[in-house]
Design a protein around this ligand. Sequence first.
Ligand SMILES: [Zn+2]
Length: 324
Amino acid sequence: MQRSILLVVAAAGLLTGAAAPKVKLVEPSYTLIPGSVPLDKGPDGNSIFLDAPQGLIVVDTGRHPEHAELLLAYAKQRGKPIAVIVNTHWHLDHTTGNYDIRTAYPRAQVYATTAIEGALKSFLQRGREQTDKRLADPKTPADVKAQLIRARHRLDNPDTLRPTVPVTKSAIMKIAGRKLDVHVAPYAATEADLWLYVPDEGLAIVGDLVVDIVPFMDTACAEGWQKALGEVAATPFTRLIPGHGAPMNRDQFNQWRKAFDNFIDCGQSIRLKEECVAGWKRDAAPFIDAEHGDYVTEAAGYYLDTRLRSSPEERQKYCKPGGV
Ligand SMILES: [Zn+2]
């Protein structure tokens, strides 16, 4: 998954035209461990490894044990410790693996915003209440039960999800000895999302501010999210890694962003729900594979009903602290 990029470095003496450009081979130091969005269980977010002087940085740790095993196997293969976990947001498909990583690397620090605190008292609290009911239901399949038990452990031990290094504002930070441009996006996919711009690689790692098939809007504030995408666009990135789906170039990001804006506009208008969902599927078509067609129809309709067309109070729920 690592790619070589040929950088043409103009040599000195251009004015004379005497020197030929030198070609320098640059190995980007990121590796993507892709997540997935299965149709029968919860998704895993993408995880991204960055090399740093003090070890490896991993951005997001997935949900399922298999994903965490891939992350640990990668670190083992590289022979470097995981020094830092960065969580783009608290959703459990990006944070459940924190515990697995820190069990293997107890000194790993966790950089994240403090949005988890509000979620533990609202969204995750409600999820926790549902968990025991679903576990007691004989109709719940065994693999779903395993997922619920794993999530319940994290919710009952919230330090497994909390940052050890809370990030409260955007700043250029040295993380594990590597300089990163850290952005905090308030009221976006969660109360505060975190995204990275890696200046020496022209790389933006944006978590669920971009999700290829459909924006996961369960705890979204549409206006804040749109603002955050504007801030991503303002960085000079050439490659962007979304929270779910394949890396994008700038043109692909622009197309996805336009589809997102259209979906929000349609959702906030009086146009038919079916029209808005069809509009999303048309505008975002290059990012939606055939297997997920029905999933996207259902999810886009659900977010339209629950977030964009709910009561004014409900619509603003995640545009203020706590999400309650
Ligand atoms: Zn996600």
